[in-house]
Write a protein that binds this ligand. Structure first.
Ligand code: ZN
Length: 395
């Protein structure tokens, strides 16, 4: 049997655009793919319509920009880039779909490939990050060397992935849709929006974390912060992540946040954390610059315990204050405790002060570990200062 391709011809927007998959993935492209995978030049192919289905191809339009090639009992899923590798998200939209289709098929002898349809030149840092995620979850790139000029390497650990992403997101970290960090127990944590264009990146990220956490015997958590109905990753992505294991999917919405708030105890709210990430970027102690994520916590300026005791507030208002990213700072465990115990304070203008009656050796220690004595003015918004005054009782 010579290699045989089955390619769904209709695409998502074929009815509107008139364009079919054969316009891009031509028999010449298939010949190159076949040669690279099998070393053979002889092959057969068929372009099929929406109604066609078999063990590898579902009854729908071409999901995931994929062709399936059968050869010697092996099913090769080949996902194709766009002709024009475009902006931040368009180049990856089809990838999780292709991956999900591949993962969900119980057929034992299968391989996953990616083929660049254009020699787009050097990839952007963002695209390289996505390609490395793809390599990590098992995509083999058929023509990366020729088209983007490099052999794409997988991430070797969750830490490697985290620093790769940090390099990629650069300085503007407070505009990210998703944040990658570690919890105090050392688990990798992903906070973020899991709808709209962000879902493609987030699902790929979680699949890569699953692979890396399995290798290192660790765990990861995805906090899905819900907004209305567009709340969580698509069902197919959630199913695949669950099957791959190691990544716990945690969903939070306002109803759950309210229940948690009313139940009492310390408020470890994913939404509050996400709001702090949105304001401050990655975890970094405001008073000493410590960036060890396991040591950094979200610290309320106006404490939740005080908010709860405020008689004039509705429960709704209290919850809003407790979740507000303006009502907080990133602090390391030491500074968080010092702040909570009021051994250090922050005055109404953002100056850090040590309680004057502390014994000299404690004062000296706090002097030693504190490097920032005035909060940056960009953090001192009207709302932040208002919370400070509530804390300081200077309203
Ligand atoms: Zn600190």
């Amino acid at each position: 049997m010579i290699p045989h391709f089955v390619i769904k011809n209709p695409m998502n927007k074929t009815r509107a655009t008139g364009k079919v998959f054969a316009d891009e993935v031509t028999p010449e492209v298939l010949a190159d793919v076949c040669l690279r995978i099998t070393g053979q030049t002889d092959f057969t192919y068929e372009y099929v319509g929406n109604d066609y289905e078999d063990e590898f191809v579902p009854k729908s339009y071409n999901r995931g920009r994929t062709a399936v090639m059968l050869y010697q009992g092996t099913a090769a899923y080949v996902s194709f880039s766009e002709r024009q590798i475009g902006g931040r998200n368009s180049s990856v939209q089809s990838v999780p779909t292709a991956f999900n289709r591949f993962q969900m098929n119980p057929y034992p002898q299968k391989r996953l490939y990616y083929y660049f349809l254009s020699a787009a030149g050097a990839a952007t840092a963002y695209q390289m990050f996505i390609y490395r995620l793809m390599r990590t979850v098992g995509f083999a790139f058929l023509n990366d060397q020729e088209t983007i000029g490099t052999t794409i390497q997988p991430f070797i650990s969750a830490e490697d992935l985290m620093s790769g992403r940090k390099l990629n997101t650069g300085k503007n970290q407070s505009n990210n849709p998703t944040y990658l960090t570690k919890g105090s127990d050392g688990a990798v944590e992903v906070y973020g929006k899991t709808f709209g264009a962000n879902k493609y990146e987030t699902s790929l990220l979680c699949c890569a974390l699953s692979v890396l956490c399995r290798a290192s015997g660790t765990e990861a958590r995805l906090y899905q912060v819900a907004e209305g109905d567009l709340a969580v990753l698509p069902a197919a992505s959630q199913e695949v992540i669950r099957r791959m294991g190691r990544v716990q999917l945690i969903r939070t919405d306002m109803k759950l946040e309210r229940a948690q708030f009313e139940k009492g105890g310390s408020l470890r709210s994913p939404r509050y954390m996400l709001n702090l990430f949105s304001k401050f970027g990655d975890k970094r102690c405001a008073l000493c610059g410590c960036q060890v994520p396991e040591l950094i916590q979200g610290a309320h300026v106006w404490p939740v315990s005080a908010i709860k005791k405020e008689p004039a507030l509705t429960q709704e208002k209290r919850l809003a204050y407790a979740l507000d990213g303006e009502n907080g700072l990133w602090l390391c465990q030491n500074h968080h405790t010092l702040f909570d115990m009021k051994l250090i304070g922050i005055d109404d203008s953002g100056q850090v002060q040590i309680r004057p009656d502390l014994d000299p050796s404690s004062q000296a220690y706090i002097q030693e570990i504190t490097t920032c004595w005035a909060l940056p003015s960009k953090w001192l918004t009207g709302r932040f200062l208002w919370y400070l005054r509530q804390r300081n009782g200077t309203v």
